[in-house]
Design a protein around this ligand. Structure first.
Ligand SMILES: [Zn+2]
Length: 382
């Protein structure tokens, strides 16, 4: 195949798989019309993808399909064979799941163990868990990291809570045990992609609050990309007057106020409570219908930084996941109105703040389809 023909074919394979990823199912005729590509071309690509067991025809006896004839028979991404090994390295636990090309929205993790304290132990643990899973059809691994990651180079750039992760090159260590492509992704970026895939929301800032504060954005249906690994950095913006030291080495970062340890510290200081738990803090918020002053101040400071990011991105929607979802509605509404007040677009229209569950697995699978599965398909179908 000539270079141009191979290039066109790779592009068409990518468009067919992406269309099925985001629209669930389509007939060959619909694919041809939506992708503005000739029917014979689409039919050949679908046929090749079926041979590779990545696409399958829906059962033509099902209620959804009544028109006979192949061109109108819907096809969808395969949901049986485990093509991607998804690994979430969390600060406390590491979790593993096998994902087919089409992952169910409600899919769950298949293995979990406490995150060890070295790369060698982590890799050993991962492979002993994989022995129990049917991973022989896997074409690659996607690893989510709670820190700053250079996903092109596979380097963990900054991971303050698991500092040992940047000592060895994790993809190399994983590939030593099994020769598969390994893709690292910053966990907040996977969350944003999962939200995009689950809801179809195509322009939004995603903020996740846990020990730290993560940010990512979907702009025009694509994950927002920066030239380097630092992108949509919210937690390490400095709040004037805040003298708390931060894990990044700086002083006064937003994360030291609205990350979990910072919130607990502020609550302890305001109420004279010795080492309060997260439940104590949440219960105390439930017991009143107004936001305590110390927390309102933090919500305003967070909104100023979040509003600035939204002004720059030009998005009117924000999705918040993580710990804050434990809080009562009046506090969440207060935070939403602070964001509205601190965003330029909020002066002209409505800013929509959505508190959502984390759709981590779905996002990791979407990254895997885009960066592992499609490259595998296009390198084998020339
Ligand atoms: Zn910092």
């Amino acid at each position: 195949m000539s270079y141009n023909a191979a290039h066109l074919r790779r592009r068409n394979v990518r468009r067919v798989v992406e269309h099925l990823l985001y629209h669930q199912r389509a007939s060959r005729a619909e694919l041809s019309s939506k992708l503005r590509t000739a029917k014979p071309t689409i039919s050949q690509i679908v046929s090749d993808l079926m041979d590779m067991q990545v696409v399958r025809e829906l059962d033509i006896n099902s209620d959804a399909v009544r028109t006979p004839g192949r061109p109108s028979t819907p096809v969808e991404l395969d949901s049986e064979l485990g093509r991607l090994i998804l690994i979430q390295i969390g600060v406390n636990n590491t979790r593993i799941a096998l994902s087919p090309a089409r992952l169910d929205v409600d899919a769950d993790w298949q293995a979990e163990f406490p995150t060890p304290d070295s790369t060698a132990k982590l890799v050993d643990h991962i492979f002993s868990e994989l022995l129990k899973l049917d991973d022989e059809h896997a074409w690659g691994m996607v690893v989510s990291i709670p820190g700053v990651v250079d996903d092109e180079a596979g380097d963990v750039f900054f991971c303050p809570n698991l500092r040992w992760l940047n000592e060895e090159h994790l993809p190399t260590e994983l590939r030593t045990k099994r020769d598969l492509p390994v893709l690292l992704i910053q966990e907040i970026r996977a969350l944003a992609l999962g939200e995009h895939l689950a809801t179809g929301l195509d322009n939004f800032l995603h903020v996740d609050v846990d020990t730290g504060v993560g940010g990512a954005a979907i702009v025009k249906s694509k994950l927002y990309e920066a030239p380097g690994p630092l992108t949509i950095e919210l937690g390490h913006n400095i709040v004037a007057g805040n003298d708390r030291p931060c894990g990044c080495g700086n002083t006064g970062c937003l994360e030291t106020l609205i990350g979990k340890p910072g919130l607990l510290q502020s609550y302890a200081d305001a109420t004279n409570t010795n080492q309060p738990t997260w439940k104590q803090l949440t219960d105390s918020l439930q017991s009143s219908d107004t936001t305590p002053d110390w927390l309102h101040c933090t919500l305003v400071q967070a909104s100023q930084i979040i509003g600035g990011a939204m002004n720059i991105l030009g998005v009117n929607d924000i999705v918040i996941t993580g710990l804050l979802n434990d809080w009562p509605k009046h506090i969440l509404d207060d935070f939403a109105s602070c964001i509205q007040n601190n965003c330029m677009a909020g002066q002209f229209g409505k800013i929509t703040t959505t508190y959502a569950p984390r759709r981590r697995l779905l996002g990791m699978a979407a990254v895997g389809v885009d960066r592992v599965l499609i490259p595998h398909l296009t390198s084998n179908t020339d």
